[in-house]
Design a protein around this ligand. Structure first.
Ligand code: 2AM
Length: 185
């Protein structure tokens, strides 16, 4: 069984986020740079066949590239996670997150949570909210999303991408092909 989730990688921005966090009195245990991501949907444990079905189902998921301004910090008191996230975000991000959650639900995956609050967790086991002034201002430009497997190791958790899909605007050609596929499945 694999523990799965969908997320936007934050590869290019990660070093800047880490440098910013590390010069602040940020609460909790820092998340390592390689583990930073913006979660889209949490799926939980899935067997191999279900994972393959999930990947096949997501193949035709469309979403344009996303620009997400990370301009506020927050804290999930129950999860004890301190994060950076957007005050406002493109509707396409919510639509993508919900669609991916739905793909999981159709395969009986997920945790039943309905809301979506985009964030990048910067520390765990945080006993308090980060009190950060002035407000941050980073731009996350996402051009792909990935399905990750969470792997526990003696050195901590590691997230391995199992599959990634580009975020791109629908081309006229793509639409035509898709219309054709629908007409002649
Ligand atoms: P988060 O900490 O950024 O919110 C892999 O475990 C990722 O899935 C975690 O980074 C976490 O994202 C999210 N996650 C883990 N357990 C979860 C749960 N029970 N409900 C929702 N998201 C969860």
């Amino acid at each position: 069984m694999a523990k799965l989730f969908f997320a936007l990688p934050v590869k290019e921005l990660a070093p800047e986020l880490i440098a910013w966090r590390d010069q602040l009195p940020w609460p909790g245990q820092p998340v390592p740079q390689a583990n930073l991501h913006l979660t889209l949907a949490f799926l939980g444990e899935a067997d191999e066949l279900t994972t393959r079905r999930l990947i096949a189902a997501v193949e035709r998921q469309h979403c344009p590239p996303l620009s997400i301004r990370l301009d506020e910090t927050g804290w999930f008191s129950r999860a004890k996670a301190a994060w950076i996230g957007p005050k406002e975000w493109p509707n396409e991000l919510t639509v993508l997150a919900k669609a991916l959650r739905r793909h999981g639900e159709k395969l009986r995956l997920g945790n039943g949570e309905q809301g979506y609050r985009p964030h990048v967790t910067l520390s765990r086991k945080a006993g308090e909210a980060p009190a950060i002034l002035p407000a941050p201002n980073f731009l996350l430009q996402a051009d792909e999303f990935c399905l990750y497997q969470s792997i526990s190791t003696p050195d901590g958790v590691r997230y391995e991408p199992l599959a990634c899909w580009p975020l791109r605007a629908r081309s006229k050609e793509g639409l035509d092909n898709e219309d054709q596929r629908r007409a002649n499945p």
